[in-house]
Design a protein around this ligand. Structure first.
Ligand SMILES: C[S@@+](CC[C@H](N)C(=O)[O-])C[C@H]1O[C@@H](n2cnc3c(N)ncnc32)[C@H](O)[C@@H]1O
Length: 287
């Protein structure tokens, strides 16, 4: 069997993905190759030649990615903090920018022992499970209203427990319901939330339009309706000195911070940008 140059296979994959309009073509091509070869992406340069079946496997996955199937569906997992979670049909794919929210939150609770953390709109459980992984002493609660998402979150939570992480407490409920987590009122150190926030009617890439559940992406009221409920719930849950971090649309830099500033018990309301410099999340602390 004549062995083939991996470098050329990756080049071909990159071109295919570029032609399909995939923004991160080179990165995706390398991640697919690394997945097929079951190695870290950084080790690819150490593999000059591969067998033809490897090239075929790369081409198959690249063809699906070119049809705009999310990369994480093809890899079977998405990264968040120090962990990966499994994702697929029926659940929102965690995005790299959401790690910024996690980092902010983990810094806030760095000096607190046995912190109570709540992840609202948990989806696959990514934020909650990453927090539990980073802070084994934390008591972590997670909430979602979608049974499919909760199925993925349960699956991921069980996998993390098998890896030795502290179990999280997973709940079905709506952030609009004022009775949800009533027993935690005034006791929570950190609320994290990546809610649906894209204004209805916004054009989104095929990966989002065809694969992310619409209720995980879009929100009514210019994208603000779920965020309003989240701000109300987070304000109720936080203990004095506790903090919240809420992700939002890049068009929300002037509309979301005022929702927090309007609450007299919140202080240090701060708007944050993502790695591309776009407005991405807001934080505040409870006085
Ligand atoms: C953008 S996804 C975020 C998932 C996860 N936090 C992440 O970052 O990958 C939003 C999630 O909020 C859930 N959701 C939408 N509306 C909700 C509501 N009113 N109450 C609770 N969860 C809700 C959706 O089911 C979805 O899983």
């Amino acid at each position: 069997m004549r062995r083939l140059a991996l470098r050329l296979a990756i080049l071909e994959a990159t071109r295919t993905l570029e032609q399909a309009g995939v923004e991160s073509a080179r990165t995706d091509a390398e991640l697919i190759a690394a997945h097929v070869l079951d190695v870290e992406r950084g080790r690819l340069p150490l593999i000059p030649l591969v067998d033809p079946p490897v090239v075929e496997a790369i081409r198959d996955l690249v063809a699906r990615r070119a049809r705009r199937v999310p990369l994480q569906y093809l890899l079977g997992h998405a990264a968040m903090g120090g962990i990966t979670v499994e994702v697929g049909a029926g659940v929102f794919v965690p995005r790299p920018e959401t790690e910024l929210l996690l980092d902010w939150g983990l810094r806030l609770i760095a000096e607190r022992r046995y912190p109570v953390v709540v992840d609202l709109c948990t989806g696959s459980g990514a934020l909650a499970l990453a927090a539990a992984h980073a802070r084994p002493d934390a008591v972590v609660y997670a909430l979602d209203n979608d049974p499919d998402a909760l199925g993925w979150a349960r699956h991921n939570a069980d996998a993390r427990v098998r890896e030795g992480d502290t179990p999280i407490r997973l709940y079905s409920g709506d952030v609009a319901d004022p009775s949800v987590f009533a027993e935690l009122d005034g006791l929570v150190d950190l609320v994290l939330c990546n809610p649906p926030y894209v204004p209805e009617g916004t054009a989104v890439p095929p990966e989002v339009a065809e694969f992310d559940p619409p209720a995980a992406v879009f929100a009514a009221g210019g994208g603000l309706d779920v965020i309003r409920d989240v701000v109300a719930m987070a304000t109720r849950l936080l203990r004095p000195g506790g903090g919240m971090a809420i992700e939002h649309d890049d068009t929300h830099a002037r509309t979301v911070p005022p929702l927090l500033l309007a609450r007299s018990v919140l202080t240090d309301v701060t708007e944050h940008t993502d790695l591309a410099g776009r407005p991405r999340f807001v934080t505040a602390r409870r006085v």
